[in-house]
Design a protein around this ligand. Structure first.
Ligand code: F6P
Length: 411
């Protein structure tokens, strides 16, 4: 590799995104890249000429190991929608001027479906204008909603956290008995795809019954039916646990969280901020049944929990980062690396490439047949799909009893 590499992170953070960054960095160095730059806050930062030379920050093998264990986005992320080429050609001219100045041969972007839109537009522009830079996407999102890949790095670790936390919540709920019962509602991320919420079922085993109800956004949510199911369950048991997706919607398409006040925020991709579903349902339950309720929004905890990361996830995240650099170095452009499952037992995945035009802006949801008929739980097939992805642990590097992260030493 004669030219330099630049890498950016974009979209929602995960516990594994920095492992992909480590994979990009390590492979680029191993393939002889003179410099590996990191965009600060993705393409938005690059447009403002904000980048760092990663070798000034990742100095030792221990730094690489720390980076793999550091949650969120080491380089900073963004939710920035690159305009269409005809809408604002100046942005493209600016980006390519910067890439030219930095002698960039490979541009690697780690992100979800919105971020693949950026790779698509930049690679298209480079081809039209005859620029030699190669653009390759690295999949990432806890939501697991990217098309054409078996799963996305970041999902396995979040699923492991959700399964574990649900189990802890069930254990806690079983301790105290309230006269009219206790209902705990756990609100889980994932926007319009229920992959994460379904992972609450992983809590079930010999020592735990698992949640009573699981509601995914793939099936329209009926509030009255929910209230009546909970009522019936409380006649039989002292506590009820329901896992609900932040993105569950009513038959008419409105998000349940839109029935509450204060969810007006919309990001650059037109995504509404989804929050308050569990709280709304808990209030409805306490009004109608008079039972004790608890609403738990897992929020950013589920995507930042690197102390409970899945070893498989961290390894695969590293692997896809490396595969992207290899692909770009070998001349591929406008592609995203995918994970292809070869077998379940033993679990094995390999990497391949897919045209980014077929991935960007597409949401992969949970197949209807992986959700039970009533829309109140996931099937065994769903559980068999996700279980391999949460296997193994990554020990955090503990300092003074708290996990240590890689941080920017030179500002
Ligand atoms: O895109 C990943 C994700 O974590 C979604 O599950 C969630 O809806 C969204 O990001 C939250 O975005 P933000 O952190 O910008 O509020």
């Amino acid at each position: 590799m004669k030219g330099n590499v630049i890498v950016g992170q974009s979209g929602g953070p995960t516990a594994a995104i920095n492992s992909s960054l480590a994979g990009v960095y390590r492979t680029a160095i191993d393939r002889g890249a003179p410099k590996v730059y990191g965009m600060l806050h993705g393409i938005e930062g690059l447009l403002n000429e904000q980048y760092i030379d990663l070798s000034e920050h990742i100095e030792t093998d221990l730094d690489v190991e720390l980076l793999k264990r550091t949650p969120a986005a080491y380089l900073g992320s963004c939710r920035y929608k690159l305009p269409e080429i005809h809408e604002n050609i100046e942005s493209y001219e600016k980006i390519f001027e910067i890439l030219d100045k930095l002698n960039i041969e490979c541009f690697i972007y780690i992100g979800g479906n919105d971020s693949m839109d950026t790779i698509k537009k930049l690679s298209d522009y480079a081809i039209i204008k005859g620029y030699p830079t190669k653009f390759v996407g690295v999949p990432k999102t806890i939501d697991n909603d990217l098309a054409l890949t078996d799963h996305t790095p970041g999902y396995g670790s979040a699923a492991k956290y959700i399964g574990t936390s649900t189990k802890e919540i069930i254990q806690d709920s079983s301790a105290l008995v309230y006269s009219k019962g206790l209902v705990t509602i756990v609100e889980i991320m994932g926007r319009n795809a229920g992959w994460l919420t379904g992972a609450a079922a992983l809590s079930a085993g010999e020592d735990c019954e698992g949640p009573d109800l699981i509601y995914l956004p793939e099936v329209a949510f009926d509030i009255e039916d929910f209230l009546s199911r909970v009522k019936k369950l409380l006649e039989k048991k002292p506590f009820v646990i329901a896992a609900v997706s932040e993105g569950i919607r009513l038959e008419d398409g409105r998000y349940v969280c839109e029935l509450t006040d204060g969810v007006d925020f919309v990001d650059a991709f037109g995504h509404k901020q989804l929050t308050g579903t569990a709280n709304y349902l808990a209030r409805r339950l306490s009004q109608e049944i008079g039972c004790k309720t608890r609403s738990i929004e897992l929020s950013s905890l589920q995507r930042a929990a690197s102390h409970l990361a899945s070893r498989i996830d961290i390894l695969e995240a590293f692997q896809v980062g490396g595969a992207a650099v290899k692909a770009a170095d070998e001349g591929d452009t406008g592609e995203m690396v995918i994970l292809k499952r070869i077998s379940d037992d033993p679990y094995q995945c390999t990497t391949e490439l897919r045209n980014v035009h077929k991935v960007s802006n597409v949401e992969k949801t949970v197949p209807r047949e992986w959700i039970n008929k009533n829309g109140t739980y996931v099937t065994e097939e769903f559980i068999s799909y996700v279980r391999p992805l949460i296997q193994g642990d990554v020990s955090p590097v503990m300092v003074d009893g708290i996990p240590r992260y890689l941080y920017h030493k030179k500002k």
